[in-house]
Design a binder for this molecule. Structure first.
Ligand SMILES: Nc1ncnc2c1ncn2[C@@H]1O[C@H](COP(=O)(O)OP(=O)(O)O)[C@@H](O)[C@H]1O
Ligand SMILES: [Mg+2]
Length: 246
């Protein structure tokens, strides 16, 4: 239907010291233009590799990816990618500058995000003044401000304390839904995946293939509300079982 990208029979091997490490094996899924997909899998199963492949930063070994239209990506890496010599504000605006978007018109949006994510008092500070969780929020703002067709978030809330995590995940969900954009989030956190996604893709251990694709029907509840339901527990239990037997 209105899929913007399709991944078909995708495989990825790495070569280390003449040895082949088989990471991804025959991965297939589609992404619709307004869909939130969460990919869950154990540490080391190839989630970050998959996001890098989708964003064209990393080659794959076999299969193909079909892009139905030219897409802009907003990729938030798992590792800390802030520049130590730039202030919080300039780090936030960096993505816009690189993509040559008109950043002066984004100042208002930036101010509102800084306030919402409790960083406004730090906007003229440098990354070394910030905690890990704060740095992660700066990276998130930088990615959101680009307003891409598809957000690719690699464990974006991992450094946040539990309360902040819940609040910001909820906010990102509302933002993506209100802009009718697509998002792929990878995480090892089953609850995070179930609460935010329209579809959860469960990966096996390496070489990773898809154990199951689960449509999550949230009945129009946002992540915070959905977490309080019986259905949420059922989905998380189902995925937990799959990952432990997969
Ligand atoms: N550039 C690389 N060269 C060789 N091996 C790599 C490289 N990047 C990742 N790997 C290996 O591939 C596997 C999957 O890594 P990764 O995609 O980071 O998994 P995840 O994000 O699920 O933790 C790991 O065993 C990792 O050591
Ligand atoms: Mg990773």
């Amino acid at each position: 239907m209105n899929s913007i990208l399709e991944i078909q029979h995708l495989s990825k091997h790495y070569f280390i010291n003449k040895e082949i490490i088989e990471v991804l094996k025959d991965i297939n899924f589609k992404v619709k233009d307004d869909e939130i997909i969460a990919i869950v899998g154990a540490s080391g199963c190839g989630k970050s590799s998959l996001l890098s492949i989708i964003s064209n930063l990393l080659d794959y070994t076999d299969g193909k990816i079909i892009y139905r239209k030219p897409l802009t990506f907003g990729y938030m890496f798992q590792s800390d990618t802030l520049f130590p010599w730039l202030t919080v504000r300039d780090n936030c605006l960096l993505g816009l500058k690189i993509t040559k978007k008109d950043y002066p018109s984004k100042e208002k949006e930036l101010d509102s995000l800084l306030k919402k994510y409790h960083l406004d008092a730090f906007k003229d500070k440098y990354p070394h003044n910030l905690s890990g969780g704060m740095r992660q929020r700066v990276q998130l703002i930088r990615t959101i401000l680009i307003n891409p067709d598809i957000l690719l978030l690699d464990e974006p809330f991992s450094a946040l304390d539990y309360q902040t995590h819940l609040y910001i995940a909820d906010d990102v969900y509302k933002l993506v839904k209100s802009n009718k954009k697509a998002m792929i989030i990878v995480t090892h956190d089953i609850e995070e995946a179930v609460s935010i996604a329209d579809k959860v893709i469960v990966l096996s251990n390496r070489p990773s293939s898809i154990i199951k694709e689960i449509a999550i029907n949230k009945h129009n509840l946002n992540p915070l509300q959905f977490r309080k339901t019986e259905k949420f527990l059922e989905y998380t239990n189902e995925i937990w079982e799959l990952m432990n037997n997969g």
